[in-house]
Design a protein around this ligand. Sequence first.
Ligand SMILES: Cc1cc2nc3c(=O)[nH]c(=O)nc-3n(C[C@H](O)[C@H](O)[C@H](O)COP(=O)(O)OP(=O)(O)OC[C@H]3O[C@@H](n4cnc5c(N)ncnc54)[C@H](O)[C@@H]3O)c2cc1C
Length: 369
Amino acid sequence: MNFPTKYSEIIARIESIDPIKYGETRNYLEGAVTYLSPYISRGVISTKMVLDKILAKGYQLEEIESFVKELAWRDYFQRLAQVRNLEQDIKFPQVDVAHHEIPLAVINAQTGIQAVDDAIEQLYAHGYMHNHLRMYTAALVTNIAKSHWLLPSKWMYYYLLDADFASNRCSWQWVCGANSNKKYVANQENVNRFAGTQQHGTFLDKPYEYLPPTKIPQELLETVEIRLETQLPDAEKIQIDATLPTFLYNFYNVDPNWHFGEAGNRILLLDPAFFKEHPVHTTVIQFVLELAKNVSNIQLFVGSFQELKETYTLNSIYFKEHPLNIGYSGIEESRDWISPEITGYFPSFFAYWKSLKKELMKIYQTYDH
Ligand SMILES: Cc1cc2nc3c(=O)[nH]c(=O)nc-3n(C[C@H](O)[C@H](O)[C@H](O)COP(=O)(O)OP(=O)(O)OC[C@H]3O[C@@H](n4cnc5c(N)ncnc54)[C@H](O)[C@@H]3O)c2cc1C
C-alpha cells in the first residue's frame, strides 16, 4: 500500500480503476478498492473528476452503479456537513454509552480480533484502513466496548491520510446508531469472511442474537483518554506581489488545477487553531506538503487567515468553500460536486441518491455509449 504524491501518478491511479470488479469485491480486504480517498479528501481530485474519467471509458451506468454510489456517499456526507453540526449526534443520541474514552487495547492494536489489530497497525504505518475494517473497528469501539463515538473518531481521523471531517464523523455516527436506525455489529464469521482470517473463540465469535453483548468483554475494559496534537512546520517568510490575486490552499484544498495558469500568489495556509480542533499526525501534514508540490510557486504560511491578512497586503483572496474554514473572507468558490444542483439536507442517503440519480442520467447522456 503506497500513496504517491506526484499528480501524474494520482491520475494514473484513477485510470487504473476497474469499477465493475470494484462492485463485486469492495467489501473484501483484498478487493479492488481504489485507494483514492487521500487525494479526494485533500482536494487534489474530486468525486466529479473521478466519475467523468470513468464515464469517458464508455461504461453503462447500471454496471458501475455500486462504484458511483460510493462516490455519492462521499458527496452526501459533505452536504450534511454544510448544514448540520457533525460533532453532535446527528439523528439520535447514542445509546448504551459506558464512557467517553477509548479502549487501551484499541490504541495498542491488541483487541484480540486479528483483522482489526492488523488494520490498526496498518493505519499507524500507512495512514489508511479499508472501509470494512473501519466499520469493524468503529463497531468494536462503540457497540462492543461502549465508548462514546467522538474521541475514537478523532483518534482514527488523526492517523488517516484521507482524514475527512464529514465522512469520518458521519460514518462513526452511522456505526453507533446516532446517524442510523440501529447499531452496526459484525460477528467473527463475518470478519473472517471479508478479512480473510480464520479466528474462532473470540468475543465476536457469537450468533447475532448475542451481539452487541450486554457486558463489555474483559479485553476492552481498560480505557484511556488520549491527547492528540499536530506538529506544524515552522512559519516561513513569504513573498507577495500585491498587484496579483491570491489563491488560498489549505488542508482540504490542494488542487493543482485550481485557477491553473493564472498569475497569482499561491499560499498553503496551515492554521494552528484549525489543527487544534482537528488534529492530525505529522505524517498527514507531510503528505499535504508533498501534495502541495504539484502547485507551482506555492508558499507555506503557518498561522491564521487573520494573521496572514494583517502581515501582508493581499488583493482578491480566492478560496474554496469548506465548513471548517475559520474566519476566511474574500471570494469563496464552490468545491467540485457530482451535482452542484443537489444541495441542502437529505434525511437519508437513499433520498439523496434518488435526486442524484436524475442528475446522473443527464451527465451520463453527455457521453458517447
Ligand atoms: C468509521 C469510518 C470512518 C471513516 N473515516 C473516513 C475519513 O476520515 N475520510 C474518508 O475519506 N473516508 C472515511 N470513511 C469512508 C471510507 O471508509 C473511505 O472513504 C474509504 O475506505 C476510502 O478508501 P478508498 O478510496 O480505497 O475507497 P473506495 O472503496 O475505493 O471508494 C471510492 C471512493 O468513494 C468514496 N467512499 C467509499 N466508501 C465510502 C463511505 N463509506 N463513505 C463515504 N465515502 C465513501 C471515497 O471518496 C472513496 O475514495 C470512513 C468510514 C468509516 C466506516
